[in-house]
Design a protein around this ligand. Structure first.
Ligand code: SF4
Length: 267
């Protein structure tokens, strides 16, 4: 028998009266599981959490349908306690259009990556915005096609590392990025556009407010929030470096905050 030091015995009279906080206690009501299988340090679960928390906070849960695109985040499409419809690559805004036109009392939102929205479905999102469809689209923007290997997307900022731009995206070789938020903001059917990020607690907090803004604005017309997310795997950086790399790789035009809001009264 080994001599082990005795652990101090806490008298029950001074033991904490509050029960321990479990992982489950910190999981938002609308996410069914506390664990996921995305890479450590991935920003997509953080962004998704902010979206479902906003849905719950605005009391939209029972009349909300989320249309998912295809990417790493699609792993959550079976784990949410709201109605989810799975769309084909890039087609989520078109599926959402059909849903909201058939059931206008519903809050219909899309969850897509930048590969899904800007590469595969640029036509869908631009036309939905131009038509002024009453949907809220959320683009999780990490500048890579993460699920299929970490390749460059049309939205990848200049200088960002991806699997096929290891030295950084170069305009002469790879073309210029498409700044979707700025493009969509120019369309008259668009009522609200904003850009957030999830690389820090304060940015998550601000992004949640932008999500609230989009969910309210979609009652009047098209709304889009671009959420910059970390992809340490696709960026070839250490998990701990990814929040800072998000700042470094952000394009000069990717200013955080509200890009357009026509729902506010003008003075
Ligand atoms: S590849 Fe990137 S986007 Fe996909 S789960 Fe990993 S970190 Fe997230």
């Amino acid at each position: 028998m080994t001599d082990r030091p005795m652990l101090p015995i806490i008298p029950s009279a001074t033991a904490p009266t509050r029960p321990a906080t479990l992982l489950h206690d910190r999981t938002p009501d609308l996410i069914d599981v506390g664990a996921h299988q995305l890479c450590p340090g991935c920003g997509e679960p953080v962004a998704l959490r902010a979206i479902v928390e906003a849905v719950a906070e605005l009391d939209l849960t029972r009349a909300c349908v989320a249309v998912f695109g295809i990417g790493c985040y699609t792993a959550f499409s079976n784990n949410l306690d709201i109605e989810v419809v799975q769309a084909l690559h890039g087609r989520a805004p078109s599926v959402a259009t059909g849903l909201v036109r058939a059931r206008p009392e519903l809050t219909v939102l899309t969850v897509q990556g930048d590969g899904d929205m800007v590469n595969e479905g640029l036509q869908e999102v631009l036309h939905a915005a131009a038509r002024g469809e009453r949907i809220a689209c959320f683009m999780l923007d990490n500048g890579v096609l993460g699920e299929t290997g970490g390749h460059m997307t049309a939205a990848t900022p200049l200088g960002q590392r991806t699997k096929n731009t290891l030295e950084g995206r170069d305009a002469a070789r790879h073309g210029h990025p498409i700044e979707l938020s700025d493009l969509v903001a120019r369309l008259d059917g668009t009522r609200y556009v904003a850009r957030g990020a999830v690389n820090s607690a304060v940015n998550v907090h601000r992004t949640k407010k932008l999500i609230h803004g989009a969910l309210r604005a979609r009652q009047h017309g098209f709304a889009l929030v671009e959420i910059l997310t970390m992809c340490p795997t696709g960026w070839f950086v250490d998990t701990t470096e990814a929040p800072d790399y998000l700042v470094q790789r952000r394009g000069p035009d990717q200013i955080l905050g509200v890009v357009k809001d026509t729902t506010r009264p003008t003075t």
